[in-house]
Design a protein around this ligand. Structure first.
Ligand SMILES: [Zn+2]
Length: 112
């Protein structure tokens, strides 16, 4: 299997588009990344129903819609500069830091 690295090109706050599954084509903002499982939590994507335990105020409990994490490989970053879905390149900058570069427009994705 390709891509066993836990390194992810998607970061919190990124806007991504879903490439496959029931939310294919949907866009959302990354709420959280889970590098250990290679998954991301995206606002409004992969919503699942979850039952909430009954409480004194709500003895029947309730069903809530929550985002479930999806594989980071199933989403693609949308470049904030050219607004195209893009693969990410990396460039080393001063201080040895690595920034992400859009392969479509070559603009820096991360603020340095
Ligand atoms: Zn771009």
């Amino acid at each position: 299997m390709k891509g066993t690295s836990k390194f992810m090109n998607i970061r919190k706050g990124d806007t991504v588009v879903v490439l496959s599954g029931k939310d294919k084509g949907s866009k959302g903002k990354v709420i959280r990344t889970i590098p250990t499982s290679g998954r991301v939590l995206v606002e409004g994507i992969n919503m699942v129903s979850k039952s909430i335990r009954p409480t004194q105020e709500m003895p029947q409990g309730r069903i809530a819609k929550l985002e479930a994490p999806i594989l980071a490989s199933k989403v693609m970053l949308i470049c904030p500069s050219c607004h195209q879905p893009t693969r990410v390149a990396h460039r080393l900058v001063e201080g040895g830091k690595s920034v992400r570069i859009c392969r479509v427009c070559n603009e820096t994705i991360d603020r340095v």
